[in-house]
Design a protein around this ligand. Structure first.
Ligand SMILES: Cc1cc2nc3c(=O)[nH]c(=O)nc-3n(C[C@H](O)[C@H](O)[C@H](O)COP(=O)(O)OP(=O)(O)OC[C@H]3O[C@@H](n4cnc5c(N)ncnc54)[C@H](O)[C@@H]3O)c2cc1C
Length: 418
């Protein structure tokens, strides 16, 4: 298939926007048009509601949407994580139903991966799925489930066969969060918000048809989700796109779409957008600290890291130039950038950094960033885990010691606890 040039894509999208963008329609109607057009996920294949275009052309689409003043595809983990996973592993029917509903904003998804005893060692998960006719009965506990309170579906991984080795008896399900047997309890963070939750699952059900990627093949599917998370949230990543939150619970589908342009997303994961180097340079200027040599040096370092992160992200997304480990490196870089933003931001605002909302110049955003900054070096796999992956899978260093890979889960220390 011959690809269009960037100019052709820009002209095509602009012409489409003239016919289709209307600030007076509802968010639901706009996302329906965008999702079905192929411009919501241009990198997906054509049978998955995409255009089969490389990332650089997808960025041209995003720029065209932005320049036209239109809002992008739905925010949240459905678009960022579940959509690429279903595009890669879903059945044709799942692409026609689940995937389309994500791209058109009808459903909102959360990620039901981590458990109290399974975070970095995710394959030790104990939530179990027991077969009952053509359904599965799910029992277990998930934790740190971001935006669960706003979502109607979950990417659930559960153990379907404890007699298989721990990476092999796991299945990936599309899970109805609104059914009986699902209890969502908010966890309050030091930011003062409750972005994430504990989810208790007791006798909830999923159908055979809700399996994504095949029975007991969930580990490969999980890795697709995790790679999307690392690449999407790392430096140079696109983050959770869009200016509105999808699904029936957040209550934004019936809003006038023009009113959502430029709005802060519901349940976003925060981060340092407005506190990128340029924002902090302005803050330093306002505080008369732009001539301070140490602050200037830190700002220059932040600018350099941010630019390198951006270009490394772009290279990671251009398939032709992959050398391995790019999503992991991008995620590590994002953690470094956030820590430096926190450091230089607090050096600029000084003692004001100790009181939430006190600093009028930054509107409290340095304080927000400070409290949120540990998060990104934990979610999607901690910094240490990213380094382990780079060491073992990219550099070929020896693996961490552990029981033989073929040991049935039931015989592992963690597996015998229940
Ligand atoms: C803001 C935020 C949002 C999140 N959202 C979600 C979500 O929506 N869904 C979801 O499922 N999860 C979510 N998580 C959970 C996240 O994925 C886990 O916290 C993460 O995988 C780490 O697991 P853990 O907390 O159990 O820590 P542990 O795995 O217990 O790790 C504790 C410490 O030990 C280190 N460590 C562990 N193993 C090794 C090793 N082999 N080598 C070296 N060091 C090691 C870790 O790096 C860490 O410092 C979120 C987390 C955060 C902070």
């Amino acid at each position: 298939m011959s690809l269009p040039s960037a100019e052709e894509v820009r002209a095509e999208v602009k012409a489409w926007l003239v016919d289709n963008w209307d600030p007076d329609v509802t968010v639901a109607e706009w996302w329906d048009r965008l999702g079905r057009s192929g411009y919501a996920a241009p990198t997906f294949p054509e049978d998955s509601w995409g255009k089969g275009w490389p990332r650089d052309l997808a960025m041209v689409v995003n720029e065209a949407l932005d320049e036209h003043g239109a809002i992008g595809p739905p925010a949240g983990l459905g678009y960022l994580l579940a959509a690429p996973t279903i595009a890669a592993h879903g059945t044709d029917e799942q692409k026609q139903t689940l995937l389309l509903r994500i791209l058109t904003g009808q459903d909102a998804w959360c990620q039901l991966f981590s458990e109290p005893g399974a975070g970095s060692d995710l394959a030790s998960l104990q939530t179990k799925a027991v077969k009952d006719g053509d359904e599965w009965v799910i029992t277990g506990q998930k934790v740190w489930t971001s935006t669960a309170q706003l979502t109607n579906l979950g990417m659930l991984i559960a153990r379907t066969d404890p007699d298989l080795p721990k990476h092999k008896g796991i299945t990936y399900f599309a899970f109805d969060m609104t059914q009986p047997g699902v209890e969502i309890r908010p966890l309050k963070e030091m930011t003062g918000r409750a972005l994430f939750n504990e989810v208790f699952i007791d006798g909830a059900r999923v159908r055979d048809d809700d399996i994504i990627g095949g029975l007991n093949s969930g580990w490969a599917v999980t890795n697709t989700t995790l790679m999307a998370e690392r690449a999407g949230l790392g430096s140079g990543g696109s983050g959770a796109a869009g200016n509105a939150f999808p699904g029936p619970i957040a209550g934004q589908l019936d809003a006038r779409v023009g009113d959502q342009v430029g709005q802060v997303r519901t349940g976003g994961t925060g981060g340092g957008g407005r506190m990128a180097a340029e924002g902090l340079i302005e803050l330093a200027r306002q505080r008369g600290l732009n001539t301070d040599p140490v602050i200037r040096q830190d700002l220059a370092q932040l600018y350099i890291l941010t630019r390198i992160g951006k270009y490394a992200g772009l290279r990671a997304k251009s398939k032709s130039q992959r050398t391995g480990g790019e999503p992991n490196i991008a995620k590590l870089m994002m953690s470094d950038i956030l820590r430096l933003q926190r450091h230089v931001g607090n050096a600029i605002i000084g003692a004001d950094g100790m009181v939430m909302g006190r600093d009028t110049a930054s509107g409290g955003i340095v304080q927000e960033l400070t409290l949120f900054s540990p998060g990104p070096s934990i979610y999607g796999g901690t910094d240490q885990v990213q380094r382990n992956i780079l060491g073992e899978r990219v550099l070929g260093l020896p693996k961490e010691p552990g029981p033989p890979k073929e040991t049935p889960f039931r015989e592992l220390a963690v597996g015998t606890q229940r």
